[in-house]
Ligand binder design. Structure first.
Ligand code: ATP
Length: 573
């Protein structure tokens, strides 16, 4: 398939905002592509070259992309930088320069989707001395062979600015429509995606052997998209919803998914990035388990031996580092509280009930570094309340109630798990929101050049980030300094097109940082766009910065639907 066909479809998609139109345009592309192009095509649409757990990065900053555009078009870097400052979009600059190109390509040839993808892979894989020059050369050659429209999307792709607003749900819909003419195959595609987090693989399997999608199974070293918890406001509601249940403490550490096959062990974060090298102690302990093949999940917490208590979340996060691992291992010894079993010696446990999975787990986990999270039975609301109070006394976040009969619901927030958290003001939970912009400080804060942030949650139906709070309090001086440093590096003049906002902060930023926000209440207000209807959106009242969630990215924040659910819950309280 020619890349120009994909670039034209991107051009069309960019002009439309309706999900149905996007789905149709994309399904037409899927129909045209050959089987061996499906995987590459899917990654290109996602704006990636491999699923995140493979850790393959283009490693091509803006500076180098500018240099490649200069090489390819014959214009100077200075000219390009000037145009870029004006346009705010390097893709548009490349497009317009290619239209009036000074040097005519001698051997310009038509690019295929594979040509473009393979070149991206070469860029990503080149490392070591001279690699930056090689990356620039490969990209320049690609741009040199591009039409203006192709060049625009290639440049946006390498700079991480594809911004088409095509979310994974649209890709799943498009695949289903390409074969069935409607969304009837979406559920089975989604199930497979949740089990492997690799949309390229799912799309390829779906096109080449559709039967395999129906029987898709978990595989060791392919991380499973994590199950998530719903929230309810009271123990009574929990009992009403799932009846007699199991209660576990909700530990405030970080989630790990551990995979083992023989001697080989890999660990994935909640974002499903490979973090194995950071935790040699967990690798070692897992190796010692007698089962040959397994996937389990647990919450990792660092233990303060001097004070005989767990470190806080922030302190525990000191263990998430690339360098100085050995020292960190000594300073912050970890415990992992295993809370779920996904796979064991050839058997996929995702369809087994919680009780069954738990029964197996109890046979596996020794005490020591790997422990099993304690399970308590609760028959009624009072018993839940008692355990909840105990968790608060212990300084924990709250509890998780688990439906005894529920399977492991990969990638979904369902009532299989229900969290009950200690309250923050009147609220039932905190919100994880992405920073979309920031304000300069006034008065005493002027010296920090930071006065607060504008934060948004995600609306998957509209594929937009909708603002929910302007957070001006809860920062220490240190935090103001570091927010200013972090955010000024990624500031931009225009709002990213996927952000829907009525407010205009002093600076917009790339959607990179996720923050946890506490609040007192949720109200309807014309200020914010979250779930807006008739000009009023949901807004957090008295929002306060709790912490930066460096273990999250913009893909994993609170959704608009969740904010609406929290509003309903709090209204009912
Ligand atoms: P939060 O911000 O409240 O941690 P979350 O978005 O991380 O929420 P939720 O689905 O709300 O995810 O809650 C599940 C999280 O709670 C898991 O990701 C896990 O890290 C943590 N957790 C702590 N203890 C347990 C437990 N016993 N069982 C399951 N998850 C647990």
């Amino acid at each position: 398939m020619l890349f120009i066909e994909l670039a034209s479809a991107f051009g069309e998609i960019e002009k439309r905002s309706g999900r149905l139109e996007m789905t149709d345009l994309l399904s037409a592309i899927y129909k045209k592509a050959k089987v061996n192009e499906i995987k590459k095509l899917t990654y290109l649409v996602q704006g990636i070259i491999a699923p995140s757990y493979e850790g393959i990065d283009l490693g091509m900053g803006e500076k180098f992309a500018i240099e490649a555009v200069a090489h390819a078009t014959g214009y100077s870097r200075k000219d390009i930088e000037k145009d870029y400052r004006k346009a705010g979009d390097l893709g548009l600059v490349a497009e317009s320069l290619l239209k009036k190109k000074k040097q005519q390509a001698l051997h310009a040839r038509e690019l295929s989707v594979s040509d473009v993808f393979d070149a991206m892979m070469r860029i990503a894989k080149s490392s070591g001395t001279g690699s930056q020059q090689l990356k620039i050369r490969v990209l320049a050659e690609l741009i040199n062979n591009s039409s203006p429209e192709e060049g625009k999307f290639i440049v946006r792709f390498v700079t991480g600015q594809l911004r088409l607003g095509i979310g994974d749900p649209t890709i799943l819909d498009a695949l289903s429509v390409s074969k069935a003419g409607d969304k009837s195959l979406r559920a089975e595609l989604e199930r497979a995606y949740n089990l492997c987090d690799d949309l390229g693989l799912v799309a390829e399997t779906f096109v080449s052997s559709p039967n395999k999608i129906k029987k898709f199974e978990v595989e060791v070293f392919k991380p499973v998209r994590p199950a998530l918890a719903e929230r309810l406001a009271t123990p009574e509601e929990i009992i009403k919803k799932i009846g007699e249940c199991a209660i576990e403490f909700k530990f405030d550490g970080f989630r790990m998914q551990v995979h083992k096959k023989g001697e080989k062990v890999e660990i994935y974060s909640r974002k499903l990035e490979k973090i194995t090298n950071t935790y040699p102690d967990v690798v070692e302990a897992t190796r010692k388990l007698k089962h040959r093949e397994m996937i389990f999940e647990g919450e990792a917490l660092a233990f303060n031996e001097k004070k005989n208590r767990f470190f806080s979340f922030q302190e525990t996060m000191h263990r998430r580092r690339k360098y100085g691992v050995e020292q960190a291992k000594k300073d912050y010894p970890l415990y992992v509280y295993a809370f779920d079993l996904i796979y064991l010696d050839g058997k996929d446990y995702t369809q087994e009930s919680y009780s069954e999975r738990r029964k197996q787990m109890e046979k596996i986990f020794p005490s020591g570094l790997l422990k099993i999270s304690e399970k308590m039975a609760a028959k009624d609301a009072e018993e839940i309340e008692e355990i909840f109070q105990e968790s608060v006394k212990k300084g924990l976040e709250g509890i998780m109630a688990k439906d005894l009969k529920a399977p492991y619901v990969a990638g979904a927030r369902k009532f299989a798990w229900i969290k009950l958290k200690k309250s923050y003001g009147k609220s039932v939970d905190t919100v994880d929101a992405v920073v979309v912009g920031y304000y300069l400080g006034k008065g005493a804060r002027a010296e920090f050049e930071f006065g607060g942030i504008l934060a948004a949650v995600y609306n998957p139906d509209r594929q937009k980030f909708e603002t929910v709070a302007k957070i001006g309090s809860g920062y220490s001086e240190e935090e103001m300094k570091s927010f200013h440093e972090m955010l000024s590096e990624i500031k931009r003049k225009e709002a990213p097109s996927i952000v829907d906002s009525n407010l205009k902060p002093d600076f917009w930023v790339e959607l990179k940082y996720v923050v946890e926000v506490a609040f007192d209440d949720i109200t309807l207000s014309p200020t914010h766009t979250c779930g807006a209807k008739d000009g009023k959106g949901y807004a957090l009242r008295f929002p306060r910065m709790m912490r930066l969630r460096s273990d999250r990215d913009a893909r994993e924040i609170t959704t608009t639907q969740e904010v609406i659910e929290m509003y309903e819950l709090m209204k009912g309280k």
